[in-house]
Ligand binder design. Structure first.
Ligand SMILES: Cc1ncc(C[n+]2csc(CCOP(=O)(O)OP(=O)(O)O)c2C)c(N)n1
Length: 347
């Protein structure tokens, strides 16, 4: 069935190969999130928050990242709905599940932080913060380093529409646009229309959140974040601007929130918002690129991968009391005692 060279969305297109790769990551991310929601309800995990409804945009974001450690590479200041971004960066599903299961093998926090709170020094993934939007005040720091260092590394910062009401958002615009000291910051707003239970339209009088950048001279685009083809190209333009010009750019993606805010609000499937995966599968099917049995295989494989990751994580140890100060202060304090033959501890 794969005789089509490319798939179109309006005037933009992606190759068949790219579309299939994006679809695979989106499905893996959704299967993982759905299994994590089950974990939060069954006692295998304790809490869930994540990105069902953001997979289209977040997968494309991950595919654009220049991945590595240090100022030559992109820095990521993410929010708690970026699971698909990490999968697209080829990081293992098992590691995200380890955090959901609060296992000591979780490389992000050794089982000490909420699910979706990534932190990986080797890929410039700055710790995700539970207080929303602080990442926008921190992001100019890594961008200043990148600007002074030279090269084409970009600082990417991602947050929600409600969080953009915090002063940190303005801090980012101010610090990224000081005349002569502009910074290569890509400011991304994921607009799902909600801040827990507060509707976006009750808080924002501006037409688009990124319109605020106009006063600072920051160019901006809005994009349908449920459309991976449109998202891929919007991200391509945004990264190109930041990489080459070494100035900031703003991108606002309209996305869905398909399981509500978090397990604290029930995580029940929302039926009246568009589902980016179903939409993309419809498009790939009508383009003659993906048959129903191939779609079914993709889902089955992804669900098996998620189930195996949970099984593996649950066999691994939980953090021990002696680990509390490890990686909290330097030097790292007291280490816990694990069995002599245990090799799973993160560096
Ligand atoms: C500084 C701060 N204020 C309030 C909260 C409580 N809180 C947690 S998530 C959230 C909603 C954030 O909404 P938005 O920024 O739109 O992101 P979304 O969760 O919708 O992706 C709030 C208010 C918090 N974590 N941090």
């Amino acid at each position: 069935m794969t005789t089509v060279a490319e798939v179109h969305s309006g005037k933009e297109a992606l190759s068949a190969e790219q579309c299939l790769a994006i679809h695979r990551v989106m499905v893996r991310a959704r299967a993982m999130e759905e299994r994590m929601i089950q974990m939060s309800k069954s006692g295998e995990g304790y809490f869930w928050i994540g990105g069902p409804g953001e997979e289209a945009f977040n997968t494309c974001l991950g595919l654009h990242i220049k991945k590595g450690c240090g100022p030559d590479y992109d820095f990521l200041h993410l929010h708690y709905r970026n699971a698909a971004t990490l999968l697209a960066m080829q990081l293992p599903m098992l590691d995200a599940v380890r955090q959901a299961a609060l296992r000591v093998t979780d490389p992000h926090s050794m089982g000490r932080n909420f699910v979706g709170h990534y932190a990986l020094r080797q890929y410039n993934i700055v710790p995700v913060s539970s207080p929303v939007e602080t990442q926008y005040a921190i992001a100019p720091g890594t961008a200043i380093v990148q600007k002074r260092h030279g090269g084409d590394g970009v600082t990417v910062v991602v947050g929600g529409d409600a969080g953009s009401s915090e002063g940190d958002f303005a801090t980012c615009m101010i610090w990224s646009t000081r005349p002569g000291q502009e910074l290569p910051v890509l400011m991304i707003v994921m607009n799902n229309q909600w801040g827990i239970s507060t509707p976006m339209r009750s808080q924002h009088s501006e037409r688009h959140i990124v319109d605020r950048g106009e006063a600072f001279g920051i160019p901006a685009e809005t994009v349908d974040g449920n459309d991976p083809i449109a998202s891929w190209h919007a991200l391509r333009r945004a990264f190109q601007w930041c990489r080459r010009k070494r100035h900031p750019f703003m991108l606002e993606a309209s996305v869905s929130r398909l399981h509500g805010h978090s397990s604290s609000s029930g995580a029940v499937r929302v039926r009246d918002e568009p589902d980016c995966i179903a939409l993309f599968e419809g498009k790939l099917q009508s383009a003659g690129l993906l048959a129903q049995d191939a779609i079914d295989d993709a889902w089955e494989g992804a669900r098996e991968e998620a189930a195996a990751a949970v099984e593996q994580a649950l066999r691994e140890p939980e953090p021990a009391a002696g680990d509390v100060y490890r990686h909290t202060y330097a030097p790292s304090g007291v280490d816990a005692v694990y069995p002599d033959d245990y090799t799973g501890l993160p560096e």
